[in-house]
Write a protein that binds this ligand. Structure first.
Ligand SMILES: C[S@@+](CC[C@H](N)C(=O)[O-])C[C@H]1O[C@@H](n2cnc3c(N)ncnc32)[C@H](O)[C@@H]1O
Length: 305
């Protein structure tokens, strides 16, 4: 995340103190793990715990998705961004990395998270409202729901789509439940005339079959504070996410996409790849030097080789 945001979060966390932060972070993770409905983020401790432990991860996922969406949308102008269920504005911050001049609007019902967002997005228009009160969904070029579509009861998908002048992006946790939200939205919006930007190489039925789910991973550096309150040793974590980005006008999506971590064997690399005709394992052996070199640089979530 941008340095000024990281510093502002450290300041807020300092006001709460490590013991309370640790307790709030543990309560949040337990509730996420146990609960079918994610808990409301309420109170200064939980807000700070979200900022320290979750926001860097949701930002990393949004950053990866925004980068790929921008690449495939090419020069199409995005001068306004609507971040729905914006929380502390992670997705809006990621969008500004791609479209620095865009005007940003944030909607959320959680005033504490919106107050935090105001600190690092002072230029944003901020609406403290329930996203299902659809009168607030004014058209913007890009509409994003990051980790919020699954939380918003009675999500008004048709209204969200109407609000998206150029593109709509949905990002969810990379879990079976998160993917189910993405898959259902993908089907409904393609049927309503949307066009695929990413990650899918085609607009036909999704070839992923239960109990598998389509998801990707974004590497997140853990701050010292994050490691301390989570009791973690590793200096990084991999945030798993599922997503779909859809456009109003046709876009040329990737010809294929790598949908799993590349598997490296001696002299052989295997890439689980989604293609317009279904899922396939692409193999590259040392005998084909160019292909092997491409496979060595291939990444989960990138277009296929
Ligand atoms: C997991 S947080 C994600 C926040 C942020 N988008 C991110 O990526 O870090 C989900 C957000 O959705 C918001 N939310 C849930 N239901 C909502 C509703 N009906 N209207 C507005 N916001 C809602 C919550 O307040 C919370 O801030």
């Amino acid at each position: 995340m941008p340095r000024h945001v990281r510093e502002a979060i450290e300041d807020r966390a300092g006001e709460v103190g490590p013991a309370s932060l640790k307790r709030a972070a543990a309560e949040m993770s337990d509730a996420y793990r146990a609960g079918k409905t994610p808990p409301r983020i309420a109170g200064a401790e939980r807000t700070a715990a979200y900022l320290v432990t979750r926001m860097p991860a949701t930002y990393a996922a949004a950053r990866a998705v925004l980068r790929e969406t921008h690449r495939l949308l090419g020069g199409r102008e995005i001068s306004s961004v609507l971040d729905i269920g914006a929380g502390s504005g992670a997705a809006a911050l990621a969008a500004l990395e791609e479209y620095p001049a865009a005007a940003v609007t944030l909607i959320d019902r959680d005033r504490a998270l919106l107050d935090a967002a105001r600190e690092w997005l002072p230029q944003a228009r901020v609406l403290a409202d329930d996203a299902t009160r659809t009168s607030t969904l004014v058209p913007h070029d890009l509409v994003i729901l990051a980790y919020s579509a699954g939380e918003i009861a009675r999500l008004p998908l048709a209204t969200l789509w109407q609000a998206a002048r150029v593109a709509l992006i949905l990002i969810e946790p990379g879990t079976p439940r998160g993917f189910a939200v993405i898959r259902a939205a993908r089907s409904e919006l393609l049927a309503a005339g949307a066009h695929m930007i990413a990650p899918c190489p085609a607009e036909g039925a999704c070839p992923v079959i239960d109990p598998d789910w389509c998801h990707f991973a974004a590497r997140v550096e853990r701050s010292a504070l994050h490691r301390r309150i989570k009791g973690a040793d590793l200096g990084y974590e991999d945030e798993k996410y599922s997503y779909v980005a859809l456009a109003r006008e046709p876009v040329a999506p990737a010809a294929s996409r790598i949908v799993g971590r590349p598997r490296h064997h001696p002299g052989l690399i295997e890439l689980e790849t989604c293609t317009p005709t279904g899922l396939t394992t692409v193999r590259a052996t040392k005998r084909d030097r160019d292909r092997f070199r491409s496979a060595r640089h291939a990444e989960w979530g990138a277009p296929g080789i």
